[in-house]
Design a protein around this ligand. Sequence first.
Ligand SMILES: O=C([O-])CC(=O)C(=O)O
Ligand SMILES: [Mg+2]
Length: 202
Amino acid sequence: MSAAAGGHSAATLYEAAKLPCACDPGLRAAWAGAKVAGPAFTVRGIGGDNLALHNAVLAAPAGSVLVVDLQGAAYGHWGEVLAVAAQHRGILGLVVDGGVRDSEEMAAMNFPVFSRHVTVVGTVKDYPGDMRSPVRVGGVVVHTGDLVVGDADGVVVLPQDSAAAIISRADQRVADEQRIIADIRAGKTTLELYGLKTEGSW
Ligand SMILES: O=C([O-])CC(=O)C(=O)O
Ligand SMILES: [Mg+2]
């Protein structure tokens, strides 16, 4: 959660978006408690090669989230050194369809990372990468400037043009859920509150 997404969780934004905006659940926080929200800077590299990431740290503006297509490859494409370099330049975090390493070090420095794998296996450094083009990450097409939000439940990507409207629907949803939770504490049931069928043989 962060100000960029109105403080909303990935799950709330998913419900408010009414779009197929969720990365597949194989993309997870690389360390417990990682959270990120900010505009994407897109990168495509080649799995098993991390030169694109070294370049992306220099190309991406401060305040952005690197969103990287490495075709789901199980290599440690990113680690403590790149995380320090990214944090030094004001990059907010990394979402990568591929693997990373040094997850404990990234937790200690509070650099949020979402990846498909955590693995020690290192990479070559040959392919410079393609920046700012649309990429597919966790099954979702991401453009530079889209709003990326990751937390313990996963990663969602909101199209730049609709992000503000989605955040305001999320504000409404949170208010509605707070009322529902208060009613449950006062003795109402979820079946009543959601108008669900009550007949059944259970
Ligand atoms: O091999 C690399 O460039 C990735 C890495 O270990 C690090 O960033 O610490
Ligand atoms: Mg390293």
